[in-house]
Design a protein. Structure first.
Length: 74
């Protein structure tokens, strides 16, 4: 289970790093100003950020469950 968890954590770290790099490269994507508010790039960025959040929360919940099952109950 631990190698699979390590792969998921590396995937989540890569996903978050690419989001962070894109936010630094194009600051107007994350700003709330009107000109770029409805652009396709902003929509894709927000969708990717929401997906990354869901994935990280899922991995965290699975890690807590695995910790309880394998460490506390055994």
């Amino acid at each position: 289970m631990m190698p699979a968890f390590a792969v998921y954590c590396l995937g989540a770290a890569y996903w978050l790093e690419t989001l962070f790099a894109r936010a630094l490269r194009v600051r107007w994507v994350v700003s709330d100003e009107k000109p770029g508010r409805d652009s396709m790039e902003r929509t894709m960025f927000v969708g990717s950020a929401v997906g990354a959040k869901a994935f990280v929360v899922f991995v965290a919940l699975v890690s807590i469950l695995v910790f309880v099952l394998f460490s506390v109950l055994s």
